[in-house]
Design a protein around this ligand. Structure first.
Ligand code: ZN
Length: 407
């Protein structure tokens, strides 16, 4: 072998070694710097409802170009029956190398509770009978039994036939609200169910001139009455007059903060705001919670047509849904026919129209211009007591009169 050939072989060997070294080094470097990769299907953070539940979307993994998805181990702490934030961990091990990825799962509650009406959604009762709401049960997927949290609204006036709605509402801890409605139909005619009772009612007061005279008479004959008051301008004298009425066993109803038809019959909201304003005021000033109202002009008024068509039909239903009884009258003293109507005329109207076989809700007024009403009152009471009538103040559940609605 020549010297030159030997050199060539040595050189080739060197090159070969170098190539192997490079390849080996490359492979080593490749191993050193390649890690398994995990790719989550779907988002890194997902939100699911308790109702829909959580379904694992999975993940894939690779090592360089190798699909090593079947090496993935999933460990999940998700409890989709309970609101919370959970982690799902994906881990993979390949050629003694590991990788992990996590997914955040928010489980939320979007389901409202379920309300069940005991005895169904429609109950029929006779007028002047008794009605006790059989109640409801309510269950929630998060909170369990939420029957205690159910609020109900709406009253049943057993002295007036018609359909009454009771609304039930309940909200779970996550703000999901459920509601249900029950209709109670009151049937029949109650006119003869309460006999020989008179409910004296005075509208438009209190007045510092007339109301004290009326209270004096009521006290003298030991007779209670009901006052449907309007705004009293925080007058301390008027407040003490009303306090005295309550102390004497009278009751107070709402007539209206304002009595101005053009302000109160423009919309149902305007009317309710007017009532609520007065209600809150009486609560503050008298520590008294009124339960009954009388519509200015009565529920049969037609003047409200000028401001809002059909409003009385809506209001008569609405106020009862808001837990107010309302009452018109079935005996008119006629003291609204003018200022200071003659005493004789007032007495005659009452005597003529009272009915011993039924209950009598007498309309009177105690504003400043009704001096003759205060004068007629002793005679009216004496006559009624001689006739054997009994006087009562209106209370929750006592008889009411509803006129026919004309607007
Ligand atoms: Zn009035």
């Amino acid at each position: 072998m020549s010297k030159g050939k030997k050199k060539t072989i040595k050189f080739k060997l060197l090159i070969t070694l170098l190539i192997f070294a490079l390849l080996g080094g490359g492979a080593f470097a490749f191993y050193m710097y390649t890690t398994p990769q995990i790719t989550l299907e779907g988002s890194k953070e997902v939100t699911v409802t308790m109702k829909d539940g959580y379904r694992e979307p999975g993940a894939s993994a690779s090592f360089s170009f190798h699909d090593i998805s079947d090496h993935i181990k999933i460990s999940s702490e998700v409890n989709d029956k309970k609101v919370g934030t959970y982690k799902v961990t994906y881990s993979v091990e390949y050629l003694e190398k590991t990788a992990t990825a996590t997914r955040t799962v928010n489980v939320i509650d979007k389901e409202p509770p379920e309300i069940t009406l005991i005895d169904g959604d429609h109950i029929t009762v006779q007028t002047a009978s008794s009605f006790e709401d059989p109640g409801v049960t309510a269950v929630d997927d998060s909170d369990g039994d939420v029957t205690d949290k159910v609020e109900s609204k709406g009253l049943v006036d057993l002295f007036n036939k018609g359909d009454y709605e009771i609304d039930y509402k309940v909200t779970d801890s996550y703000g999901n609200e459920a509601s249900a409605v029950r209709t109670v139909t009151v049937k029949g005619d109650p006119a003869r169910e309460v006999k020989g009772v008179i409910y004296l009612t005075f509208d438009d007061g209190p007045s510092t001139t007339v109301t004290p005279k009326i209270l004096k008479t009521l006290e003298k004959y030991d007779v209670p009455a009901t006052f449907f008051v309007i705004d009293y301008g925080s007058d301390p004298e008027k407040i003490s007059i009303m306090k005295r009425a309550l102390k004497d066993g009278c009751t107070i109803g709402l007539h209206g903060y304002s009595h101005d038809y053009s302000k109160i019959y423009t919309s149902t909201d305007d009317f309710m705001n007017n009532i609520t304003t007065l209600h809150e005021k009486l609560k503050t000033d008298l520590d008294y919670d009124p339960f009954i109202l009388r519509f200015p002009g009565g529920s049969s008024n037609t003047v409200s047509k000028d401001y809002c068509k059909g409003i009385m039909g809506q209001l008569t239903k609405l106020v009862q849904k808001e837990n107010y009884y309302y009452s018109d009258w079935n005996v008119d003293s006629t003291d609204a026919s003018g200022n200071n109507v003659p005493v004789k005329k007032l007495i005659e109207s009452v005597e003529k129209n009272c009915d011993k076989d039924g209950y009598n809700i007498i309309l009177m007024h105690d504003s400043d211009a009704k001096g003759t009403t205060a004068k007629a009152l002793p005679k009216i009471i004496e006559w009624a007591q001689e006739e054997g009538y009994v006087f009562k103040a209106m209370t929750p559940g006592s008889p009411t009169v509803h006129h026919r609605v004309n607007n």
